[in-house]
Design a protein around this ligand. Structure first.
Ligand SMILES: [Zn+2]
Length: 322
């Protein structure tokens, strides 16, 4: 689905700053897949600003007939055709003309789905083997779609997960800072102040975007306790009544690492429901995208597509980047 709000592109850029340099999120698979389009993202996985319920994929905001590439090597297992570019929103179960590719990596099966393609542009057939980066079709507006774009989904065991965990976009630069063990204190990320204009300080606000109340020196590291947006712009709270505009800080979420098998849950709750993917195995590391405290005082970390984990789980550790 396409969301016309152009600020989502900016939001996507903020998300991209969440990428940890050493990319420990499922690192073995992370180097295996690539983005299926070079167009900017204007609707992200589980985007809170998405207007049509939960958004289980990434929207690439391209033009009609922009190329769509295989995210990884695999076998084409579905080619749906017969949908027009401006017509039946139910066509193809809403995905319109779409292609699915099954991938086997280190014995694990993954499936990628490419939706809303222009009619007649599929270059592949079911059963065909494709290499990574092979052009499989062209962008369109078929199915439940409001403008040319690519809706991209990534499935593990039939469950749509956050594609960012698997796309080779974490591996930038060759510096691998040593993570620092972090005590649970309600923070979930770090923010390093920066000024695109080259100023020595950045402004702080009493609440997101409102009430200038001071400055912080640029180049300094702060813990992030809260994220909130005002008029589509994210702000990060680094102390009581101290919010920083997203353009004035590089934000890196902590990594959460399990020492023992640890259950994850669908939502933070006093009586939580187990996450269908079953939790973390010993040694697994995931990024924390936020934190919440439930009525019983339990603190939780949001692991994105892996659900939520209790901060006091046995053997759980969080690390922050220096
Ligand atoms: Zn979409």
């Amino acid at each position: 689905m396409k969301n016309f709000s152009k600020y989502l592109i900016a939001l996507a850029l903020v998300f991209s700053s969440f990428n940890l340099v050493n990319g420990t999120n499922q690192a073995s698979a992370a180097a295996t897949f690539i983005a299926p389009s070079s167009a900017p993202i204007n609707g992200d996985y589980m985007d809170e600003d998405y207007d049509f319920g939960d958004h289980y994929g990434i929207d690439y905001d391209g033009n009609y007939y922009d190329p769509v590439y295989a995210s990884g090597a695999g076998t084409v297992t579905k080619v749906n055709s017969g949908c027009s570019n401006a017509g039946d929103s139910n066509c193809g179960s809403g995905w319109g003309n779409y292609i699915e590719i099954t991938h086997n990596v280190n014995g694990e099966n993954y499936l990628t789905r490419y939706a809303h393609l222009s009619p007649g542009t599929a270059t592949v057939t079911v059963g065909q083997s494709v290499s990574q980066g092979y052009k499989i079709g062209e962008m369109g507006n078929s199915g439940f779609s409001y403008g040319a774009h690519l809706h991209f989904e990534f499935l593990v065991n039939g469950i749509r997960v956050n594609p960012h965990y698997y796309l080779n976009e974490d591996l930038e630069g060759d510096v691998t800072p040593e993570p620092i063990l972090h005590e649970f204190d309600g923070s979930w990320a770090t923010l390093r102040t920066e000024s695109p204009q080259g100023n020595a300080t950045v402004n702080t606000f009493a609440s997101p975007g409102v009430g200038l109340n001071g400055t912080l020196p640029t180049g300094s590291l702060y813990k992030v306790y809260e994220k909130s947006s005002r008029n589509g712009v994210d702000y990060f709270r680094v102390a009581t009544d101290t919010w920083v505009h997203r353009d004035n800080g590089e934000v890196k979420p902590y990594m959460v690492k399990a020492s023992y098998s640890t259950t994850t849950y669908e939502e933070p709750a006093v009586n939580p429901v187990r996450h269908s993917e079953g939790g973390l195995a010993p040694g697994d590391s995931y990024k924390a995208y936020g934190t919440e405290v439930t009525a019983d005082g339990q603190q939780w970390y949001n692991l994105g597509g892996m659900g939520w984990i209790k901060a006091d789980a046995n053997g759980l550790q969080t690390y922050r980047m220096p």
